[in-house]
Design a protein around this ligand. Structure first.
Ligand SMILES: *Cc1c(COP(=O)(O)O)cnc(C)c1O
Length: 474
């Protein structure tokens, strides 16, 4: 009676479902194949569930209702934006999974302006002929970094690939064993270098690489060198490293090109925001003398997704003409956003109004104040058994930057039954806007460093909705 095939026997047919009144409405005026596919997907999900759950045989009418509801849900999802706004209560400032840097309103407006209208992106209005407005953005980046010239492409992964491909020309690339890094899930330096058609020449060891290790590999013509910022880990103990300046001097003496992957690419001194000293800014990297420096646009720089290559004018000119440059080209909205952010740096007397820098630089007093305001708004809504308080906590930079930096912050910490905390956190994450906090042994925490004052009402509304839903389902 309860064998798998009998459980599947009552599954409705696609053809019958297409005629169901609630689905026929969706079909009207639209392509039949779309709805057919959505129905088929819903049916295969149902088939798998029926086989797995081994429960009682359900009546056909109940199954039809279930499939129709799922198809309606899928259709709603398909016709709405693919993502949800997230209130970032994690305290991770450059959160790659949450979209990295947020842009200031003027940068967002600049993006919107070019998105909805034609612009002189590649047109010289005075001459009435082809031009290169993008060059102006690159000139701003070059000026800020003190580089001869700059090139903007899709992201730093592409920037590293292109810079190495061009300078090594399919030859040898020397890299320290301590710098063959993996960033995120899909960027491995050794794989990028191999895909750039280069022969990887590893020197030194994981913890120690000396100038002599590099020097021993520079005799062969067609050899380039790459140095990589250890963005997301640190090496401690018995270590030795070659500074960028020393390596640049060696490479210049030996006539070998040096590419430096700076990773984050800070334009503002992070120590002034309270982060550990010792990290170089992009202009300091460039001043050390490597031939090319690459970085991301949306990490510590605080802009949009982009890869920026800075350095020698002759090399940048060569990169600009490289056939693969076209494949890594950015769109006009990226150029507009980056232009606005770089202009903000150029206009600023002190810290530019870039959200990433503002979040990193927020002082404890303002964080305490924000956390108290948030708690005051939430406390009257909290269910029985929930205790909230403002506690010290630690934010992190994220985005593979300052891996060991722990920035003191303020959290609103909630304690309750563990299952209740988890249930409410799940409801917060699936709300709209969603709220992502931090769950640990102490409870459910919301780090206010990564939230704006203007977002507090949204956070309160999100908790209110989650608590109400939880009470209803209890
Ligand atoms: C983040 C990072 C990259 C990759 O940059 P994307 O802009 O994400 O492509 C490459 N190298 C280093 C050292 C990084 O930190």
């Amino acid at each position: 009676m309860n064998d798998p095939s009998s459980r599947l026997r009552e599954i409705p047919q696609v053809s019958a479902l297409l005629e169901h009144p609630r689905l026929a409405v969706l079909l009207e005026g639209r392509r039949r194949s779309w709805l057919q596919r959505v129905i088929q997907d819903a049916l295969s999900d149902l088939r798998r569930e029926l086989l797995e759950d081994g429960g009682t045989v359900r009546k056909r009418d109940a199954l039809v209702d279930q499939v129709v509801a799922r198809v309606e849900d899928s259709y709603r999802e398909l016709t709405n934006p693919a993502w949800t706004r997230v209130l970032n209560g994690t305290g991770v400032v450059v959160h790659t999974n949450l979209g990295r840097a947020n842009l200031a309103p003027d940068a967002v407006a600049a993006m919107a302006a070019v998105a909805g209208h034609n612009t002189d992106l590649e047109y010289d209005l005075a001459a009435g002929a082809r031009g290169h407005r993008g060059r102006q953005v690159e000139a701003k980046a070059a000026l800020l970094a003190g580089a001869e010239d700059a090139l903007v492409i899709n992201n730093n992964a592409a920037a590293v690939w292109l810079a190495v491909r061009f300078t090594a020309g399919g030859g040898r690339v020397v890299i320290s064993r301590g710098e063959i890094v993996a960033i995120g899930g899909s960027f491995r330096m050794n794989e990028i270098l191999a895909e750039a058609g280069c022969e990887l020449v590893e020197v030194g060891t994981t913890n120690r690489t000396s100038l002599a290790d590099y020097a021993a590999e520079l005799d062969v013509p067609g050899t380039a060198v790459i140095k990589v910022h250890r963005s997301n880990f640190s090496v401690e103990g018995f270590t030795e490293d070659v500074s960028l300046a020393d390596l640049a001097q060696l490479c210049s003496e030996r006539g070998r090109p040096l590419v430096y992957d700076a990773g984050s690419g800070a334009l503002f001194p992070m120590a002034e925001l309270g982060l550990p000293a010792g990290e170089l800014t992009l202009d300091q990297d460039v001043a050390c003398g490597p031939d090319l420096v690459t970085c991301s646009g949306d990490k510590l720089l605080g802009g949009c997704q982009a890869g920026i290559i800075l350095g020698r004018a002759d090399l940048i000119a060569g990169l600009r003409k490289h056939p693969m440059r076209r494949a890594f080209r950015v769109d006009k909205t990226t150029l507009a956003a980056l232009d606005a952010v770089l202009s903000a740096y150029l206009r600023a007397v002190d810290r530019p109004p870039v959200p990433t820098l503002e979040q990193l630089g927020a002082d404890l007093e303002s964080l305490q104040d924000r956390a108290e305001k948030l708690l005051a708004g939430l406390a009257p809504l909290a269910p029985a058994g929930w205790r909230g308080e403002v506690v010290p906590g630690v934010s992190s930079v994220g985005g593979g930057s300052f891996s060991t930096a722990a920035i003191e912050s303020r959290l609103v910490l909630w304690q309750a039954e563990k299952t209740d905390l988890e249930d409410v956190h799940r409801r917060l994450r699936t709300g709209d806007p969603a709220l992502v906090g931090r769950m640990n042994n102490d409870g459910l925490a919301v780090d206010v460093r990564t939230l704006g004052d203007d977002e507090l009402p949204l956070v309160i509304a999100a908790f209110s909705a989650a608590w109400t839903q939880a009470a209803r389902s209890a």
